[in-house]
Design a protein around this ligand. Structure first.
Ligand SMILES: [Zn+2]
Ligand SMILES: [Zn+2]
Length: 241
């Protein structure tokens, strides 16, 4: 959301945004600078001003279209429904389902556990009651989704196998990286112990020493450092910084 301060001017009518007034706000910029609607990105306005704004249908539609494009690039999110009213994504790293409405440009987060209750109206939407236009758009989206994605199982079935495979690959890559870091750290500890106990020839200056400095830096590759020549090395060879 754009940074909203009470009393700041509405992007449309310039009157202050007051306590208790429903406010529509977006964050991020999804229009090129030459677009006349560019200056309304990342801005806040009265919901009543937004609803009556002649540019609102286009502004809302391109906002959701930007989400659709962005989602395709995001491996942790899967598009599970798209029609002319509503776009739905399922997060692949949390229990969030996002519902985006073309009519209003609003995004509504529903948890997987609440999906069926939300569809049936048993769980109120966080933005319900802000404006009749929004309530009508939500009702239309729920009606469409009750047919298209009536259950959590239907949502899971709609996640593309390509996205699932990308996520599985990414998990495996992470696990391999962790395993590789552990192997390196263990080998470095063994090397440091042996050097302290028996002495070790520095690979650069060739002097045998037992007082190597062992780095403890987090998030950086750890190493032994020769106190004579400054050379840094580990079990796999020189460590460059
Ligand atoms: Zn206003
Ligand atoms: Zn050395």
């Amino acid at each position: 959301m754009a940074l909203i301060r009470r009393g700041m001017p509405c992007a449309l009518c310039r009157a202050p945004l007051l306590e208790g007034q429903p406010i529509f706000a977006t964050s991020g910029v999804w229009l090129p600078p030459e677009d006349p609607l560019h200056r309304y990105c990342d801005a806040a306005m009265h919901w009543s001003c937004y609803a009556a704004w002649p540019q609102r249908p286009r502004f809302a539609r391109v906002h959701v279209e930007a989400w659709v494009k962005g989602d395709d690039q995001d491996i942790w999110s899967a598009a599970v429904h798209l029609d002319d009213v509503v776009f739905v994504t399922r997060s692949l790293q949390s229990n969030r389902i996002s519902v985006l409405l073309f009519e209003t440009g609003t995004g509504h987060v529903v948890t997987v556990e609440n999906w069926e209750a939300w569809l049936g109206g048993g769980v109120a939407d966080a933005y319900a009651g802000l404006h009749p236009l929004l309530d009508a758009a939500l009702a239309e989206a729920r009606a469409r989704l009750s047919r298209a994605l009536p259950t959590v199982a239907a949502i899971e079935a709609a996640v593309s196998p390509r996205k699932r495979a990308l996520v599985a690959e990414e998990w495996e890559r992470g696990l391999r990286q962790q395993a590789e870091m552990k192997r390196y750290d263990d080998a470095l500890d063994v090397m440091a112990e042996a050097a302290a106990r028996e002495g070790l020839a520095c690979p650069q200056c060739r002097v045998v020493r037992n007082d190597y400095k062992l780095s403890h830096k987090n998030r950086e590759k750890r190493y032994l450092q020769c106190r004579r020549c400054g050379h840094r090395f580990g079990p796999d060879g020189p460590v460059l910084r």
